[in-house]
Design a protein around this ligand. Structure first.
Ligand code: IPM
Ligand code: MN
Length: 375
């Protein structure tokens, strides 16, 4: 029996989570696994009604649960950044979910926007760092003479020989945001990437950075990568700059096996990854703390314009559910779900509009349930 937190969230979140839950329950039942869902209302609607985002009491409660199944967050009625920071990122940080594991896999039957690429050409993992880099939230906005604290920050920047294009005499508005990488933070995610490569028998780990410009943080990242890689002699390694990898992911995706990236670059390249695997409707991810509470979600957002229309593709959410079960140790159930998804995609009869079909969100969920092995 598992106790799972369920956070459907905003927009299409509730619709896709409903299908995910349906598939997880049907697949688990075959193996006699019981699931106790603890549903939370957090998201735009709850925030607008009550002013509450995500209280610490809920986080404390979730600490004792086995995992979190998450839909999507974001709503045009709420200023960007509030729900994202105070709900999604808060969970990632609170539970120290330092791995964001995003498999990029082109399933049979799914149209690929890249010419002549086949399922065997697009099958790799992005291991995105999930708690550091430009996501640490250090930053500010200010006007020149507005605030002594801000001047203090500027003085420190000058002292550290950080050049700022700024004239103290002038009342110009400024903003800054700082990226941070710690040695241990880089070590744990890079080690995870190598262990994953070892486990999956993938013989290449690619590091992503921008060490040619952001020499401090990504210089440290490279040093750690070099250090960790020394412990894995039979795994090939390489460094790529983030701009270059966006090109190679389009030109030669078959090259990649395990890609490890700092938080923000990992965010950006996985949207590209989702596209080459056939779209955001199929791309799943896990926010993982191997020793703690992890959270599984589709890579896509809340798609407010499709809310309540039952046109959203629930496949990414369903695959995220399979990742959750795998992470919980239910390897067979996870495999059954992925196989069922694969069958539905390769048959191509029941699919949502993003895959040029006409089926509803619910019909896709039902069809995947039908393809599960019989009890
Ligand atoms: C993602 C999203 C989030 C991120 C946002 C919604 C905070 O884009 O999960 O990729 O930037 O990590
Ligand atoms: Mn993103």
């Amino acid at each position: 029996m598992y106790n799972l937190a369920l956070i459907p969230g905003d927009g299409i979140g509730p619709e896709i989570i409903r299908e995910g839950k349906k598939v997880i329950e049907a697949a688990s039942k075959i193996y006699g696994i019981e699931i106790n869902w603890i549903e939370y209302p957090f998201g735009a609607e709850h925030y607008l009604k009550t002013g509450e985002l995500l209280p610490d009491s809920a986080l404390k409660e979730i600490q004792d649960l086995d995992a979190i199944y998450f839909g999507a967050i974001g709503d045009p009625r709420v200023k960007p950044g509030i729900l994202e920071n105070e709900i999604l990122l808060k969970i990632r940080f609170y539970f120290d979910q330092y791995i964001n594991l995003r498999p990029i896999k082109l399933y049979t039957g799914v149209p690929c926007p890249l010419k002549d690429k086949k399922p065997e050409d697009i099958n790799f993992y992005v291991v995105r760092e999930n708690t550091e880099d430009f996501y640490v939230g250090i930053g500010g906005r200010f006007k020149a003479r507005a605030n002594q604290d801000h001047l203090e920050v500027l003085r420190k920047l000058y002292k550290a020989k950080i050049k700022v294009n700024f004239n103290l005499e002038q009342e110009e508005e400024m903003a800054y945001q700082i990226g941070l990488i710690s040695k241990s933070g880089a070590q744990r995610v890079i080690k995870y990437a190598f262990e994953l490569a070892k486990k999956e028998d993938m013989k290449r780990v690619t590091s992503v950075d921008k060490a040619n410009v952001l020499t401090n943080i990504y210089g440290l990242w490279r040093e750690v990568f070099t250090e960790v890689s020394a412990q894995y002699e039979d795994i090939e390694t390489e460094f790529t700059f983030v701009d270059a990898i966006t090109m190679w992911l389009v030109r030669k995706p078959e090259w990649f096996k395990v890609v490890v990236a700092p938080n923000m670059f990992g965010d950006i390249i996985t949207d590209l990854g989702a596209m080459i695997q056939g779209g955001l409707g199929i791309a799943a991810g896990g926010n993982i703390n191997p020793e703690g509470v992890s959270m599984f979600e589709p890579i896509h957002g809340s798609a407010p314009k499709y809310k309540g229309k039952s046109v959203a593709n629930p496949t990414a959410t369903i695959l995220a559910g399979a990742m959750m079960l795998e992470f919980l140790g239910e390897i067979e159930v996870a495999k059954d779900i992925e196989d069922a998804v694969e069958k539905v995609l390769s048959e191509g009869k029941v699919r949502t509009q993003d895959l040029s079909g006409e089926s509803s969100t619910e019909q896709v969920g039902d069809e995947i349930v039908k393809k599960l092995p019989k009890a």
